[in-house]
Design a protein around this ligand. Structure first.
Ligand code: NDP
Length: 240
């Protein structure tokens, strides 16, 4: 019998209450991890883990969460920076507020998610960080200049952390999902959805579980121990 080596590993997942984050939490629990699910909304407590309310835009909020996780679950091995928002509009109509809010959650929020945990990972000489980027960061998307900017930026952040973390055996990778069926994509009008679906060689959106399996692979010290600074696209061949 083989294992991903995630048993009893402490792993935090932001935006874990619903959508892709909830699927990640569920799968990691099945692999035996002790999962801390962090969100601004109420979420289910993962068996053997914790559900915490914290806001990734605020470093002190994430530091408080980190303290509680350390006390209750132990030193963190894995960080999944998944929380993200959209505030879509064409660039000509994009407000400063929508620019700032998306940067705060999707970019600074990823930084705030990782920073409170990384020294502990360095100290134990083991860790894996996964940030959820997007197809929009990879190929751009009309109406998403703010969102795509943040999703491209987190790839640069992961590649840089990968270089800094290598000597501490800490890896950092990004996943760029294509269009996935969650509340986020339910906002897409039917006409636009049909157009996007026609462009996807698989002719369908992906499911949150498709991303969860990619996360499990990148977290695993067994399956991906030599993979770092990478971007894993999970998009049904929906390339540029
Ligand atoms: P959802 O909107 O379904 O879930 C995101 C969760 O993150 C929500 O519970 C949300 O709470 C929470 N969240 C928002 N802001 C914060 C915050 N400041 N602090 C903590 N938690 C917060 O999104 P998805 O599951 O669809 O997306 C998950 C990730 O995957 C995001 O980073 C997204 O950009 C990315 N992605 C999604 C794709 C898709 O097609 N769905 C495609 C490519 C990437 P609230 O309800 O209050 O906002």
């Amino acid at each position: 019998m083989v294992s991903l080596g995630l048993e009893d590993k402490v792993i935090i997942v932001t935006g874990g209450a619903r959508g892709i984050g909830a699927a990640i939490v569920k799968l990691l629990v099945e692999f035996g991890a002790k999962v801390a699910s962090i969100d601004v909304i109420d979420g289910e407590t993962p068996p053997g883990g914790l559900a915490l309310k914290a806001d990734v835009t605020k470093l002190d909020s994430m530091e408080s969460a980190a303290k509680e996780i350390g006390e209750k679950l132990g030193t963190v091995y894995g960080v999944v920076a998944n929380a993200g928002i959209t505030r879509d509009n064409f660039f000509t109509k994009l407000t400063d507020e929508d620019w700032d809010q998306v940067i705060a959650v999707n970019l600074k929020g990823v930084k705030n998610t990782i920073q409170p945990f990384i020294q502990g990972m360095y100290d134990q000489n083991a860790g894996s960080i996964v940030a959820i980027s997007s197809i929009s960061g990879d190929r751009g998307n009309a109406g998403q200049t703010n969102y795509a900017s943040t999703k491209a930026a987190v790839i640069g952040m992961m590649k840089s952390i990968a270089r800094e973390g290598a000597r501490f055996n800490v890896r950092a990778n990004a996943i760029a999902p294509g269009f996935i069926n969650t509340e986020m994509t339910q906002k897409i009008p039917d006409k636009v959805r049909d157009k996007i679906t026609a462009e996807i060689p698989f002719r369908r959106f992906g499911e949150p579980e498709d991303i969860a399996w990619a996360v499990a692979f990148l977290l695993s010290p067994v399956a991906s121990s030599y993979v770092t600074g990478e971007v894993l696209r999970v998009n049904g061949a929906h390339h540029t």
